[in-house]
Design a protein around this ligand. Structure first.
Ligand code: NDP
Length: 242
């Protein structure tokens, strides 16, 4: 019964999020794709697919409250939430600024609290909800130069398991996906020699595609997936078997 269920995808206009948004729409969900600053990506998604795009900062609780109220008004109550928005601000700890720490924690992890907090009561009242949080292989394994990102993504996995316990009696499932290296703008910003070394460590011999991750989300949000909760699905080409 995907037909008509309303799904929010944060960071839903580019990269992995764009693939999630379009795959959910193709499956019959009504999608609201959230972005923060890249107007071109949002315009192209909306022109090509008709998906509604909303601009706000998922690291800001009051912006989330206001924007989600507007989405509910436009599309209806939120039954699916995909917390996918994320940023990196890489450097080793001895050079990392408090701002680089805070912005990654607040955008990548704080956003999960903000968005879940804003939709959870309506999901509880309706007795149905599907939440998928996008973590990372680097939250599972750690990564040089990413204490902020690894801490935020690792936190997502604990957050997922705790909220899954709270939602279980209310028809709300909460799961996570830990992608490996996926060919998006985020990974294209990695210097080429470093990227080649990363690819050499991926057993299937290639970067992931955004659709590889989106397929996992589609599986997790299905009505039939009501026995799947509190789990983390690693989709990483065999790079890290957790
Ligand atoms: P991209 O950098 O390609 O896209 C990020 C998206 O998040 C954009 O839509 C961006 O909006 C949005 N966004 C960023 N900050 C905010 C904010 N404060 N408020 C609202 N929206 C925001 O990322 P990817 O597609 O590569 O990654 C998606 C998720 O997957 C992230 O959580 C990332 O950490 C995770 N991941 C990615 C991996 C990879 O290899 N690519 C590997 C493992 C995990 P805008 O376009 O307006 O900037």
């Amino acid at each position: 019964m995907a037909q008509g269920r309303v799904a929010i995808v944060t960071g839903g206009t580019r990269g992995i999020g764009r693939a999630i948004s379009t795959m959910l729409q193709d499956a019959g969900y009504k999608v609201a794709a959230i972005y923060h600053g890249n107007e071109d990506a949002a315009r192209s998604l909306s022109e090509e697919t008709g998906i509604s795009c909303y601009k706000f900062d998922v690291s800001d609780f009051s912006e989330c409250e206001t924007a989600v109220a507007a989405i509910v008004e436009d599309l209806g109550p939120i039954e699916i939430l995909v917390n996918n928005a994320g940023i990196t601000r890489d450097s080793t700890l001895h050079k990392m600024t408090p701002e680089d720490w805070r912005s990654v924690i607040e955008t990548d992890l704080g956003s999960c609290f903000n968005m879940c907090r804003v939709v959870i009561n309506s999901m509880r009242e309706r007795g149905f909800g599907r939440i998928v949080n996008i973590g990372s292989i680097n939250g599972q394994a750690g990564q040089y130069g990413q204490v902020n990102y690894a801490a935020a993504k690792s936190g997502i996995h604990g957050f997922t398991k705790a909220l899954a316990q709270e939602g279980a009696g209310k028809g709300i499932t909460v799961n996570a996906i830990a992608p490996g290296y996926v060919d998006t703008d985020m990974v294209r910003s990695v210097p080429e020699p470093v990227l080649q070394k990363i690819i050499a460590r991926i057993p299937v011999g290639r970067l992931g595609k955004a659709e590889d991750i989106a397929r996992g989300v589609l599986f997790m949000v299905a009505d039939e997936a009501d026995f799947l909760t509190g789990s983390t699905l690693s989709i990483n080409g065999g790079q890290h078997m957790y």
